[in-house]
Design a protein around this ligand. Sequence first.
Ligand code: SIN
Length: 303
Amino acid sequence: MVDTRTFLGSLELSNPVIPASGTFGFGLEMAEIYDLDILGSISIKGTTSEPRFGNPTPRIAECCGGLINSVGLQNPGIDAVISEELPALSKVFHKKVIANISGFSVDEYAHCCSLVDSVDQVGIIEVNVSCPNVHNGGMAFGTDPEAAAAVTRAVKAVTTKPVYIKLSPNVTDIVSIAKACEEAGADGLTLINTMLGMRIDIRRRRPVIANRMGGFSGRAIFPVALRMVYQVSHACSIPVIGCGGVASAADVIEMMMAGASAVQVGAENLRNPFACKEIVEALPVEMEKLGIESLRDIIGIVG
Ligand code: SIN
């Protein structure tokens, strides 16, 4: 009997598999197709202070090995998330959730995190400084060490919950940004968010996506995500959640060998709604095959 448990700081997960923010909504639709309690945790859709309709359509472009999205942080706003979405999720998922918070100013991040601080169901706050689909916010905070540190400090000042900063791959030196967040008090890091990409409709001679560019995710970005998880987890002492192109139990193991303490599954949920369930079920089988007794033994094993 293998041991799939893992820890994010003091939070114990029965397994490392977590649906990534934005690919699982607030969980309710997915609860209709399988028992969500098999998951390690769930990262809910990124939430802002006010409700947002999101970007104009089309927002999705299919690509080889993945897709580009430009959703634009569509969400019902923090008050509705706390009063409606999280209570509804608590009826179908009985573990701690990860609240993904987005913003357009340092004050907005802090405001949303201060509200989420009192919600017992939230085990981790994931601060999204890496959305590539909005102007004057999101990724603007995650591509500069000073700005990422400023958000981290502001959020840490208003919550006692563990704060994980979700980093962007659209940078030349992710380690410097990760270290700036760690020094500013982050309890952990999630990486990576999507890679800025673009497609052109050659018959119409215009971008496929109304917002021109969007975030590329899916299997094709797995080696980039793995490389960044490896670099950051070996340079920082706080836990890392690996994310980007994960689509199988073997990918989860590979991410953990690179240094991840837990793993998020994103675009694969859109291709196959049963992806997380299938990965959770395949994980012990894959561990047996590889002679892994406990997942905790392999975290960062590749030096
Ligand atoms: C979006 O809503 O545009 C996607 C969120 C993200 O990439 O952080």
